[in-house]
Structure formats: structure tokens, C-alpha cells
Design a protein around this ligand. Sequence first.
Ligand code: WQD
Length: 339
Amino acid sequence: MSILITGGTGFIGSHTVVELIEAGETPIIVDNLSNSKEIVLDRIKTITGICPKFYKVDLCDMTALDAVFAENPEIESVIHFAGLKAVGESVSLPLQYYYNNIVSTLNLCECMKKYGVKNLVFSSSATVYGTPAEIPIKETTLLGQTTNPYGETKKMIERILTDVYKPNPDWSISLLRYFNPIGAHKSGLMGEDPCGIPNNLLPYVSKVAEGQLPILHVHGNDYPTPDGTGVRDYIHVVDLAQAHLKALTRARKVTGVEIYNIGTGRGYSVLEVVKAYESATGRKVKYEIGPRRPGDVAECYADATKAYEVLGWKAQYDIADMCRDADRWQRQNPRGYES
Ligand code: WQD
């Protein structure tokens, strides 16, 4: 039996493919390579000894996607990572984000229905909570007003999948709400490879530590948090990958729509991350305090109890591991996969 991995050459997708192969599963990757590189397949092969079947396909191309399902009748589950995911970009390109993220998901569901594939794990995001109504955030916490089209597409897709389940009660749909995925595979062969100047904290810190960028601009230190800087729930990308395997195992046993917060349950401020990076790597991270970034929330971290109690999943790596692994990836790949 095979598992279709949409977006499988991306940051989280590729790390999940490695964990799946090492668990004896057979992933098949579809990816349009709009935000990833085919060389990731070589890295997966170097790590696991196996190069998964790969289709360069855009999920918005229904004919091409249908052909993948037709050619691989052994597909029994899908993990859906593919989607545009840059928060800031989504504000300036709303039509592209709504079209791409929604239509690709609708096409995927049509193909699953046509080919009798009934298990789906969806890459959602803590962004759906908007400004969290409570901290730590539970799966039952009211969803907030997201500040960007990217977050809205995640909320809409969760709603679409919940409605798709109703006439298909033999389906199993897992909605995994990621917090802040960071870090890299311990081999240093795979990691986060943002295009251009990173928007996210950890890749930016890595480039400052390595000397590629001069200084970290801390987006505000006047939040109602212990040291005034933003607090987030950073989770190692391999822990996040493992959560998908746990969700898949459960999806094969039960039907229904289930929501899980995938975080560590521990929040770290920007300055705490900087300190953790410096002590884990012995490298200096120069920073200056700047203005708040529009759309940022003060605090966002998970109550991860449900994933532990229901999936039997708990984050294994701590912030030092995340920083060390991110640093190794950065040093071994100064220009990401271009290197
Ligand atoms: C973390 C903290 C910033 C950069 C985003 C998406 C979310 C998810 C994860 C997809 C904040 C501060 C950052 C910098 C800084 N992606 N920061 N200087 O915004 O929590 O979440 O990525 O699902 O949807 O919104 O992550 O890493 O951008 O910011 O001070 O140069 O670091 O203000 O407090 P964020 P982030």
C-alpha cells in the first residue's frame, strides 16, 4: 500500500517522507517544485537508501493529478502538505493563495473519492486561532479572525474537509494544526530552505549566526510577555513528521474528522530563542530591537495533551536540539539546496 504525499519535497513534507520510509511505508511524492527543489529526492535517497516515486505535478491540474491516482491504484492514504504558505505574500497575492490552496484541495478530494482513497492527513496551522482566545491553546479554543489570506485558506480547507466527511462517513480526516516548525534532519542533508531573506525567526537567526546576515531585527519588545518579545511554540520538524505517522496509524483504524494541536506545549520568546541558539551552537547572534511586525500576536503556544492522549505522540526534541540541527543544516548548506 502507498501513501500519496503532496508537497513532499518541501520542508515538512520531505522530513515526513524520510520518517515514513524508515517506518517501512511507501510514500509517493507529488510536488510542483514551486517552493522546493528536486535535489531533495537525492537527499532522501542518501539518508534512507530509497528514492521515492516522484511526480512533478501541480494539484490544480486535475488531469495530471488524476493520472497519478490512476497509475498508482495502491494509494490508500494521503498526507496533504502542498500549498502556498508565506503569510506576508498572501496579503499581496490573495487571489493566487485562495485559488491555489483551495482548488488543489478540491481536486485532491475529487480524486480520493473517484479512486476510493479514504484516509487524509491535512497540514493545517495554529494560524487558524488568530489572536488566541486562551493560552495554552486547546483544539476546542475558538478560532479567531486570521490576519491574512494564508490563514483563511487553512480555516476554509478545514471547513471543506469537515463537510466532505459528512456524505463520506467511511473516511478518516486528521487536521494537524502545526505551531512553529523549525530545525532540520540530524544529518544536515535536509532543512528549511526559504527563498531569499527569511521571514521566519529561526532561519534568520541561523544566517546571522553564520555571518550571512548582519543582525537580527527583533520585531518588538513591548508585548505583554515575560521579556516583551513574541512567544511561540517551536517544534522540531522531525517531531512534527513523527506526528503525521501517528495520525496515519490512527486514521487506518478509525473514521471521522479529528483535530490535533501539534506543538510542544512550551512557549519561547524571541530573546530566549536567541540565547538558546548561542548556548547550543557557541555562535553569537547579534540583534537589535525594532518595531512590532504587523499581524503578529504576543503569545501562541499549544496545549498538546490531546495528541499525547489520543495519538500517543509527544515532542521528543528540545529547543537546544532544534537550534543545533538548524545550525548544522545552515553550515553544511550555506545557500540551502542551491549549495
Ligand atoms: C516568530 C517570532 C516574530 C522574524 C509563522 C506563520 C505561521 C507558521 C509559522 C505556517 C515572532 C519574531 C521573526 C524576525 C523576529 N507558518 N521574529 N524577527 O509569525 O509565529 O508564524 O510561521 O503555517 O503560519 O505565521 O513565525 O518565525 O515569523 O516569528 O523578531 O526576523 O519571531 O515577531 O514573535 P510566526 P515567525
